[in-house]
Design a protein around this ligand. Sequence first.
Ligand SMILES: CC(C)(COP(=O)(O)OP(=O)(O)OC[C@H]1O[C@@H](n2cnc3c(N)ncnc32)[C@H](O)[C@@H]1OP(=O)(O)O)[C@@H](O)C(=O)NCCC(=O)NCCS
Length: 193
Amino acid sequence: MLPADHARFPGVAIVLKNGQTVHLRPLTTADGEALADCYADIPPEHIRFYCPYPLDREHALRNASRADSPTEVVLVAETADRRIAGYAWYRWSDGAPASIFGICLRPAYQGQRLGRALMTRLLAIAREVGPRVMSLTVQLANTRAVKLYTSMGFTVVREQTRQPDPARGFAEEPEYYMELTLERTAEQELRAR
Ligand SMILES: CC(C)(COP(=O)(O)OP(=O)(O)OC[C@H]1O[C@@H](n2cnc3c(N)ncnc32)[C@H](O)[C@@H]1OP(=O)(O)O)[C@@H](O)C(=O)NCCC(=O)NCCS
């Protein structure tokens, strides 16, 4: 996310179902270690659903180093003690018609409507930054994520097969490819390019 866009979309405070307040803000280049700490908290049963890259320190540092990239937007949910409770992102290639979306929360922060809050904020940014279409894949077994995505306006384009990952013990399984076309005013469309 370009530094100028960081300023356009500053952090916002939200209250979770359990009453805790967290801040949703853009990832910065200083977040590498905090992101690594978040990755280390994701158990294998959730990595089965969220595995865009190995959730290790190396990838956390690499992802944070790209925080100012013009072709990705990453939001983190930061707790009062400055830990990253979870994050959501979309990224695209230059000129691509659609971006790819991803989200993952620490187990202790799931089921608190944090996923919905992160997505709501991310989609508000996506109305102004990046391609008009957002895409994702989600296993049918991930019923919570499917419910969240559907309620945020994503629709199923097709059912396909997620390839097995024997090294991590994950079998082949059915998944949806889903898309969302963002509503934009003419002004937002101009600004997004
Ligand atoms: C998937 C994930 C992002 C959802 O975020 P969350 O904050 O836990 O979810 P929310 O609290 O916003 O709940 C989303 C909806 O799912 C519903 N839900 C909860 N458990 C559910 C279940 N087992 N089956 C179906 N729906 C469920 C909730 O009621 C809520 O709907 P509502 O807001 O209308 O009440 C989060 O759980 C997560 O990070 N999971 C592990 C990684 C992952 O699966 N990432 C997505 C990969 S595609």
